[in-house]
Design a protein around this ligand. Sequence first.
Ligand SMILES: Cc1cc2nc3c(=O)[nH]c(=O)nc-3n(C[C@H](O)[C@H](O)[C@H](O)COP(=O)(O)O)c2cc1C
Length: 349
Amino acid sequence: MTIEKRKIDHIRIIAEEDVSHDHNYWNDIEIVQKSMPEIDYDDIDLSIDLLGKKLSMPIIISSMTGGHPDTKKINENLAIAAAEKKIGMGVGSERAAIDNREVADTYSIITEYDVPLRIANIGAPQLIRQKKNALSDDDIKYAVDLVKADALAIHFNFVQEMAQPEGDRNSKGIMERLSLITKKYRVIAKETGAGFSRMDAMDFMKAGVAAIDTGGRSGTSFSAVEYHRGLESNNFQKARVGESFWNWGIPSPVSVMMCEGELPVIASGGIRNGLDVFKGLMLGASAAGLASQFLKAGMESSQEVIRLIDTIEAELRSAMFLTSSQSVNDIRKVRRIYTGRLLNWTEQI
Ligand SMILES: Cc1cc2nc3c(=O)[nH]c(=O)nc-3n(C[C@H](O)[C@H](O)[C@H](O)COP(=O)(O)O)c2cc1C
């Protein structure tokens, strides 16, 4: 199976099937409101500085696509909107372009728009030898240059690799290579739905990464995607492992709590709206990333993506107003109540 085919399979399955984790832990956070806020709605300042770039609001379109000719339009729609609304944007794994330069334009299309924070993307397993050779330094430079990236996201997706009988299974040596790459680029260590722990965050600090994108459990489950791909291809093991590990991982809010501290954190995994963005910031994140929410809009048109960003902004502003938070930094002070399954996690970690 080619990478191009896999990429388009992911998009189709995520757009058509239910591939969410069984529980969205952002629902387990309630907020103590202020009935008489001390601020005016129009004075609320949503802007942030992240990785040396100014964004008009703390929102990032998470890494999703590129690699198949059909994905160029999606990346273009997302880039037009990200540039207009001045938010960050990542492209999907660039392995496809590294292997086949003919699909390079499905990624580089984002350089035609003035996106304030452009994020390149490669996989952590590819930093070392698997069945294929590790990415070379030149390959990595190519991926960064192709999208004129301000930062390089290196994604960790070992849960997904487990569900693929042919998946990458080596991990020894990734940290060592990562430590070399962080000397050259601003690196974001990024999970893809299973969440980082405190220990992971400390390792990343040591390795010199610039930010952590927590990518926890609460939204898209790549084990669920592999379950569907396994069913479609009559691959019993893939379907079964995908099903068993559907809900594997550290819940998104817990991962933010564990990772926040020294490095900027991007809260992600199951963020659906501006209220979830607010909750991520309340737990200490600097920004929030959304993937699947932007997928359908991106498949539609740039106007749909802009409409979605405007709505998320209105929700975030409303939550800030109702808690008397004038700026993004004020959000951290808001009182919150943890309930349900999230409370079990916070009591036992
Ligand atoms: C269609 C699709 C493709 C994705 N491809 C990538 C990828 O190539 N690289 C990556 O780091 N993450 C990828 N992701 C993971 C997202 O960036 C994000 O971490 C994850 O989906 C959780 O966010 P969500 O619950 O908002 O979807 C992809 C997600 C989706 C929905």
